[in-house]
Design a binder for this molecule. Structure first.
Ligand code: NDP
Length: 469
């Protein structure tokens, strides 16, 4: 039984009387008032973290794994209140790959992170005995976005804690309540000071990235902010893991079965209403299958209801904020102005409450149109026709981003051959965007550097100390 048995209990534990009003993006009603943190509060939190980390690092690896498992239990016990808050604040529906899925992923990721083999190892033969011990870095700063606020926070903090670091989290100013609630629940099992959250705007984030006692930054967000963090890391050589999104391409091969792949193609692009770093953001389809794929996608889209998150039937929600709505609207208008054919959507009701942008599929679009070459981060998918597979591969690779990509085919050998030619951190075959806590995940080019998840991810939150002899 959780101490937060109801949504109201949970909300009361994290909201304040004066601070930042958080708006439900589906209704534009106030969800609650979040504290507005300051740089002074951040500095005090880092000081507490430095102290707390010393004894936390002395716990054994299995003791820390135990704490992660207990945190997973606590999150499961408070799951429905967390889900409701996430849905109200982020906008995402309860069902489909949305709020229940995200809270479930938080506990699943914690359990998986506790189960990985320690990365320590010994190299030994007649000439050498060298043991590699992965030691904690110290205090980790975790800066997250508004699209998957709980899950991405867990992705950042679970490996950091497992490796013996303390963590100070700075959530997005759009979704602070979800993160405050998650950490409130998490902290019911942790020693004090090991895991803290400081809310506030980008200035608080910037102060975290320039703080002399922060040894590592885990950042997920835009490339522009990522570049600023790289600059500020020069001062004390802070280590960085940067997950900066991308503009993932999917390539359908001419042997694919449109009806069989349509559902996975759709969710590869529209998961979390398109607001996902590794969602498919442009689709290349051969002329021979073009009409069939377009029609199949329209059918799936029509059967996927969009609406207020708390209504159980919906599987697509609003954009999380007005800024993102305006980006999507501008890009779809650029496509319409160029003469591209709108198969579905593209006609938001500007007077209705909430930041809803209808599910939009755009065909016969120029490969250099802004909707194709810029990240839309919303429910609008451009479908580009191709006749030459090499040209499609070139198109997929031509942008300065490389988080994910996908190949869709009935012939695994052909799909693997195309996959080997794509420049991206992950290339999926007949799916897009599915991540697994055991499998490393990260980008290349302007999508960032460093990997999360699995043993590789653990190594990113530690330094190797070699005992030689
Ligand atoms: P940002 O990169 O601005 O924000 C991400 C996080 O960084 C937030 O917590 C933000 O805080 C914080 N931040 C802002 N400025 C600084 C700074 N100078 N130093 C340290 N931290 C800082 O992304 P946005 O939310 O503005 O979204 C913009 C675009 O980013 C989207 O349109 C989308 O394309 C992309 N994006 C990518 C995501 C991904 O998963 N990779 C997720 C979300 C967005 P605060 O919110 O308080 O400003």
């Amino acid at each position: 039984m959780s101490q937060f048995a109801t949504y109201e209990d949970l909300l009361a534990a994290i909201t304040v009387d004066e601070g930042r009003e958080i708006i439900n993006p589906a209704t534009e009603e106030v969800v609650g008032v979040a504290p507005e943190g300051s740089v002074e509060e951040l500095n005090a939190a880092v000081e507490r973290a430095v102290q707390a980390q010393k004894s936390f690092a002395k716990l054994s690896d299995s003791e820390r794994c135990d704490l992660l498992l207990k945190a997973a239990d606590a999150i499961e016990a408070a799951a429905e209140p967390l889900v409701e808050l996430l849905s109200r604040e982020q906008g995402k529906p309860l069902n489909g790959p949305n709020a229940r899925f995200e809270v479930g992923a938080c506990s699943a990721w914690l359990r998986a992170t506790a189960s990985f083999e320690s990365p320590d190892y010994t190299a030994v033969d007649e000439d050498i005995t060298a043991t590699v011990h992965y030691r904690p870095l110290g205090v980790v700063g975790a800066i997250g976005p508004w699209n998957w606020p709980m899950m991405i926070t867990i992705w950042q903090i679970a490996p950091a804690l497992r490796m013996g670091n303390a963590v100070v989290v700075k959530p997005s100013e759009y979704t602070p309540l979800s993160v405050l609630a998650l950490i409130k629940v998490f902290n019911s099992v942790l020693p004090e000071g090991v895991l803290q959250v400081v809310t506030g705007d980008g200035a608080v984030g910037a102060a975290l990235t320039t703080h002399a006692d922060i040894d590592k930054i885990m950042f997920t967000g835009s490339t522009a902010t990522g570049k600023k963090i790289v600059e500020s890391s020069a001062a004390n050589l802070q280590r960085l893991t940067l997950e900066l999104g991308g503009n993932d391409a999917g390539i359908v091969l001419d042997d694919a079965d449109p009806a069989a792949i349509a559902g996975d193609l759709f969710w590869g692009a529209f998961i979390n209403t398109g607001q996902t770093c590794a969602a498919m953001k442009r689709l290349y389809v051969p002329e021979s299958l073009y009409d069939a794929v377009c029609e199949a996608l329209v059918e799936v889209a029509k059967a996927s209801p969009m609406g207020v998150g708390l209504e159980e039937e919906n599987v697509l929600g609003p954009l999380q904020n007005k800024q993102q709505f305006d980006i999507v609207d501008k890009l779809v208008n650029a496509a319409k102005d160029s003469g591209a054919r709108v198969l579905l959507g593209g006609d938001p009701d500007y007077d209705a409450p909430g930041y809803f942008y209808p599910t939009t599929l755009v065909a016969d679009i120029d490969p250099d149109n802004a909707l194709v070459v810029e990240e839309q981060f919303g429910p609008a998918l451009p479908i580009v026709k191709y006749t030459d597979l090499d040209w499609a591969i070139e198109q997929a690779n031509k942008l300065d981003v490389g988080l994910g990509s996908s190949v869709w085919s009935s012939n695994r050998e052909r799909a693997l051959d195309v996959a080997a030619q794509l420049e991206a951190g992950t290339t999926w075959i007949n799916s897009h965007g599915a991540v697994d806590p055991r499998v490393p995940f990260g980008g290349i080019k302007s999508s960032g550097y460093g990997v999360e998840f699995g043993t590789e991810g653990l190594k990113g939150l530690a330094y190797p100390q070699i005992i030689n002899g």
